[in-house]
Design a protein. Structure first.
Lengths: 218, 218
DNA sequence: ATTATTTTTTAGACTTATCTAAAAATATTT
DNA sequence: AAATATTTTTAGATAAGTCTAAAAAATAAT
């Protein structure tokens, strides 16, 4: 079928194409995959050969229908495994990503179907990202960035944009988790940092960099 | 760390070394790995370089302490995953092996520790093979081959030597599973086949080839 | 419209794991 | 002990994925 490497490229292209309406650039892929542009070009030729992407020299790439299907199925597996690790093996949300990065490549339709059933068809992963169903469909969650909240507004944390362990551990320390109720007490203009009242108890101060990686209810 | 391929070679050598007291031959490894002897030689040099095996040209190989540890840890993972698939994802015992063959290579100490805990530290996998604990220790089950039973003897099926789906499906069809009580009704000398009374109900006829792949209580 | 900069591709090399074919060592037969 | 057969190793090739360095194309700046 497809190699781990091919699958990872497709996933990267999928994620990048959600951030632009043009084709995805070779360099952006290289950056995301932590590899060199020349390696990316080699792989693009191969993926194009396999009809997984639309590729014309110097033009950037888009996923074909087939390519998108593969990408979404990898994301589905990734998120289902993350859910499993947190809900059944007592992993913390900052520990699951690297393991899911491996598990997502296990090739068994039956496995993932049964896992989904075992988990009772969860809709969101531990970071608040939607889990595609068997057909590849998933809701685009209605949510805004914490930075977009206005003073006095109340919301609930729905997810995070950044999955790095250090970031998630920092959120744990601040007491910010999925489901946490937050109210914007103050917005500081000079550095765009925010004072938050969490669960109507403590107040914490979050930097712009932190706030822009947190999704809250709309 | 070690590549999937290296891990598979170590596992193969481990299994083969349990069947001989001499060193394991290049050819036997090639046969088990379904590859060519020349490829095996290449890998032996590499594993030797990494101090995972004791290798001298033309002499056959043995695992070092380190090599044995790796092999047993892979087997531990393989069998824990098989147990998980059967007990929690409703796989049949003939479906688990190829999937476990992939899962066994996932590299996370925490994952396998937590999985073991979640499964409640099972002692045997779905084929009756013992599951090594965290330290690599496991009981050598006291069992004999079905072919070694004498006429009139009663025993319980404890495991199978062959994990091929076709074999296990055939056993299902015959009504032979782990835990099934069997009594030798007749042994036919001319082809070494056996008539078995199972669970004091039906009688089935099993060939020598089938019987020698079934383990029963001693 | 040139020139300069950035992006992308090509050319050639390296690594891992594999193969075929041939050579070397070991084991078996006569 | 010599000849024959088998096993194992070497030599050289190939495919996947990566890299560096250089060339080509596209963008941006003057
Ligand atoms: Mn993740
Ligand atoms: Mn991945
Ligand atoms: Mn197995
Ligand atoms: Mn394996």
């Amino acid at each position: 079928m497809h190699s781990y490497t091919e699958e990872n490229y497709l996933k990267a292209i999928y994620r990048l194409s959600n951030k632009t309406d043009k084709g995805v650039s070779t360099n952006s892929i290289a950056e995301r995959m932590e590899t060199k542009a020349s390696s990316v070009t080699d792989m693009l030729k191969k993926l194009s050969e396999k009809k997984l992407i639309n590729y014309k020299k110097y033009q950037g790439v888009t996923l074909t229908k087939k390519g998108k299907q593969v990408a979404v199925s990898i994301i589905r597996k990734h998120r289902l495994w993350e859910y499993f690790l947190v809900e059944h093996l007592n992993f913390n949300w900052d520990q699951v990503h690297p393991v899911a990065e491996e598990l997502e490549h296990i090739k068994s339709e039956l496995l993932i179907e049964r896992l989904d059933e075992f988990l009772n068809y969860p809709k969101y992963d531990p970071h608040g990202d939607p889990i595609p169903d068997k057909e590849g469909n998933f809701p685009i969650p209605s949510r805004i960035k914490l930075t977009e909240m206005s003073k006095g507004q109340k919301s609930v944390i729905l997810g995070v944009m950044e999955n790095a362990a250090s970031f998630l551990q920092y959120l744990d320390k601040l007491g910010l988790n999925i489901g946490t109720e937050v109210k914007v007490v103050e917005k500081h203009n000079f550095d765009n940092s925010i004072d938050l009242l969490i669960n109507n108890k403590q107040t914490v101060h979050v930097s712009h960099e932190v706030a822009r990686n947190i999704f809250v209810s709309n």
